[in-house]
Ligand binder design. Sequence first.
Ligand code: DX5
Ligand code: ZN
Length: 213
Amino acid sequence: MQVAPSILSADFGNLQRDVQEICESGCDLVHVDVMDGHFVPNLTIGPVVVSAVAKAATKPLDVHLMVENNSFFVGLFAPLKPEYISFHLESEKHPHRVIQQIRSYGIKPSIVLNPNSRPEELEYLLEFLDMVLLMSVNPGFGGQSFIDTVIPKAKKLRKMIDKINPNCLIEVDGGVSDKNIQLLKEAGVDVVVAGSYVFKHENRKEAIESLQI
Ligand code: DX5
Ligand code: ZN
């Protein structure tokens, strides 16, 4: 299991220190939550701050867009060369076009599904994707509790992916901890995002390692 700590729960007054610490602690990706105050009721960081994160990070960035104007934000973040850019299916009229746009920068495209969206809605896009991100909380805030309907959803998606595009990864984001990691593993999840669990833990290295099962 790969682990992507979400810097939303980091200390923004000491962002460089916190990003360096999670990278040195062996995380696989650095998860960056970009919120525009329209698609979700919260506002986070833009490319100026994320470029400072990219400089501090020794692991690849995993950018999660929670925005209305996806192609505009892809253009802003692509120059920072993240490994993945994820955007929400619920906020996009032309998802295939945004996938092509992300790919044109040499970045891996990923689509996110909210807790109430069905994996079947993605079926015709799976062959174009490197990852699907399933939300296990309603997007907008860190520290919420895990919505466990993501488990059967991940199992169903795993079957679809294995048929259509076995190289595509499944990532789960929201409320992930040592309490649900085993179930996520059994459901066929490849990558987990963890914000409050990692950053509130007294030993962040131990927290990351407890999810790398
Ligand atoms: C929520 C974000 C998550 C969040 C996860 O909208 O996408 O990445 O930071 O935080 P925890 O792990 O605390 O639920
Ligand atoms: Zn996220």
